[in-house]
Design a protein around this ligand. Structure first.
Ligand code: XMP
Length: 317
């Protein structure tokens, strides 16, 4: 019978056999799947696993430092790469949502490729693919070896024909979480809301700039912290803030302001395919709105998104 403990034990034995004394490279995203997969692989082969965690400049506030710290506590052999400026330069002037996604995916591959070349005799590529990804990539992209373009890792250049190591290939999300707990990964990471690979770039409508990222990071952190403090975080499936390219007039003290509008989005869902807007209490929304407008200079208006999916999507871009 399937238990997390049995799975961990069998998986480690199997990974040892599959990998032998080859070296494995893997990109980590800060999400549940890649963290659990990497921890399993590292239990099997130790420092023969090389992990990369890239700061693409569109992560949440303090996320890079916090996640890197967690990886170190998990004894993963991980290198953090601060590529913020590189991403901002590539994104400058770009406003089309799909183009922004492609730029982020391609820039990521560029960096991953550069780092992989620096490492000697890498023989395999680790991935946090889970069963629903396998099904999705078979139906959308053909052979199951195709890396989803939707996925954080993006896809690899053809010449990098590395054999894949995918220890979670036959697991569903809830099983991955159980395995993660069994491996001692902090519950906070295990229970995180999903976060898109292109990060805050697709929550800043229009052009992404460092200043806008900073504004959105502050507002998003206030919203997410408030959800945690009100015990609402685990009651919604995903939440975040969206910075709109709309300025409106407001008043602060005796002064007229002309600043950005922020949208809050929180949804309930089972798998992200359909979603309902979360019916958060008015008092809660009021206090979040006040906190954001008072604390984040540059935002003077907050709205709440009450659209469901379909026909709206969860993300705005
Ligand atoms: P939508 O906006 O399509 O989002 O309703 C459904 C779920 O997918 C996430 N999402 C992405 N995840 N790369 C990702 O890794 C992407 O480009 C991407 N776009 C959307 C979204 O956050 C939600 O959980």
């Amino acid at each position: 019978n399937w238990t997390p403990a049995n799975f961990v034990q069998e998986s480690i034995a199997q990974l040892k056999k599959q990998i032998g004394d080859r070296k494995v490279i893997m990109a980590l995203s800060g999400g549940v799947d890649s963290t659990v997969a990497a921890t399993l692989i590292s239990k099997a082969i130790g420092d023969h696993l090389y992990c990369l965690f890239v700061d693409n400049g569109v992560l949440r506030k303090n996320e890079y430092e916090q996640v890197l710290h967690t990886y170190q506590q998990l004894h993963l052999n991980v290198v953090g790469i601060d590529a913020k400026e590189h991403f901002y330069t590539k994104l400058a002037g770009k406003t089309d949502p799909e183009e922004k996604r492609k730029i982020i995916g391609n820039t990521f591959i560029e960096i991953f490729d550069r780092e992989a070349k620096r490492m000697n005799d890498i023989g395999m590529l680790g991935q946090g693919t889970i069963y629903p990804d396998v099904i999705e990539s078979v139906s959308v992209h053909g052979p199951s070896q195709t890396i989803k373009s939707h996925h954080n890792v993006g896809g690899l250049p053809d010449y990098m024909q590395l054999e894949l190591v995918e220890p979670l290939r036959f697991l569903f999300k809830d099983e991955v979480r159980k395995v993660g707990i069994e491996l001692g990964i902090p519950a906070e990471l295990i229970n995180r809301h999903p976060f898109p690979g292109p990060g805050l770039a697709i929550r800043i409508l229009g052009e992404v700039t460092e200043e806008k990222v900073h504004l959105l990071q502050q507002a998003d952190a206030i919203f997410i912290d408030a959800l945690r403090n009100a015990n609402l975080y685990s009651k919604v499936w995903q939440a975040g803030a969206i910075l709109l390219p709309v300025k409106s007039v407001g008043v602060m003290g005796d002064e007229r302001t002309y600043e950005y509008t922020l949208a809050l989005r929180a949804v309930t869902s089972v798998d992200g395919m359909t979603a309902d807007w979360a019916h958060l209490p008015y008092d809660f929304l009021a206090s979040v709105s006040n906190a954001i407008i008072n604390q984040v200079k540059g935002i003077n208006r907050v709205v709440y998104d009450i659209s469901s999916k379909p026909p709206a999507t969860i993300e705005w871009e």
